[in-house]
Design a protein around this ligand. Structure first.
Ligand code: SF4
Length: 280
């Protein structure tokens, strides 16, 4: 443990909260979750800003805390001179979005390094370029947390907020992290009309979370993931269209399994900007 240089509060992450990292939602007074019960309690009635702050200092999953901080200490050779974030990564974008993009979890040397969702790696290049082409973003690249990027009308969330080893969180870790996502879904529902789920895990996590927060989800059959798959969800504020897309991982984009036109089409469908009369 180290002591916060200003407040004296003990912390155990590469980046202490509230020390000027661009966009850091937490400060030294932000309450820290140490287990699943803490996550439930701290998420239950939180505002969106509190969810961002509290989740960004969360320490409820021992395996993920150890991994994210080990990666941040050892670093990848290309980034040896850079500080790593090494903390959970909060959602990024508009607090009143019409479109939600649901991924999986931060990448070890992407968001776990830069502290911002889908920032600093090739996956991020793909989704941010697509958001820019669709008019949701001020710039086609997302390089680091202070690069000036602004999103409007869209919010990017992850069902698991810490980088997991081999990109594979356990069932227990997904369960522990779920209250952050659940509360966020409740808070953005009034403005929401579409969700783009990246990959089968993002799709499944969205359906499970939607059921948990009481949204109507088709049951028989349960909607199956596929690129371009669709399902209609019912929230207390109106219908939301869930659209699936292959994940923007290098495995998919390098091999051509996911192309830019495919991603653009899925994004447009989820955002409702492929329809006659839409103003985009
Ligand atoms: S995965 Fe979620 S619940 Fe687990 S430590 Fe990270 S932010 Fe907390």
């Amino acid at each position: 443990m180290r002591a916060h240089p200003i407040t004296g509060q003990e912390f155990d992450s590469p980046v202490p909260p509230g020390l000027g990292w661009p966009g850091d939602p937490a400060d030294a007074s932000t309450p820290v979750a140490h287990d699943g019960a803490d996550v439930e309690r701290l998420a239950a009635t939180a505002s969106l800003a509190e969810i961002d702050a509290r989740s960004s200092v969360c320490r409820a999953c021992p395996r993920l805390v150890a991994w994210r901080e080990l990666v941040a200490e050892e670093k990848r050779a290309a980034f040896l001179t850079e500080p790593y974030w090494g903390r959970p990564v909060a959602s990024l974008g508009d607090p009143e979005p019409r479109l939600l993009v649901v991924g999986l979890a931060p990448a070890a040397h992407g968001a776990n390094r830069t502290g911002r969702m889908f920032t600093g790696d090739r996956s991020g290049d793909w989704i941010h370029a697509a958001l820019y082409r669709a008019g949701f973003s001020t710039q086609p690249h997302s390089v680091h947390a202070g690069d000036g990027l602004e999103l409007s009308g869209v919010r990017i969330v992850a069902p698991v907020r810490c980088a997991p080893p081999a990109n594979a969180p356990t069932t227990e870790e997904k369960h522990t992290c779920a209250p952050w996502l659940d509360r966020e879904l409740e808070l953005v529902a009034p403005s929401l009309t579409g969700i783009l789920a990246l990959g089968g895990i993002g799709w499944a996590a969205t359906l499970v979370a939607a059921r948990r927060v009481g949204w109507e989800v088709p049951r028989r059959p349960t909607p199956k993931f596929g690129h371009g798959a669709e399902a209609q969800l019912g929230t207390p504020h109106g219908p939301v269209r869930l659209v699936g897309s292959y994940h923007v991982s290098q495995q998919n984009t390098f091999t051509g399994k996911l192309t830019e036109p495919m991603l653009d089409a899925a994004l447009a469908r989820a955002a409702g900007i492929d329809e006659p009369g839409s103003d985009g």
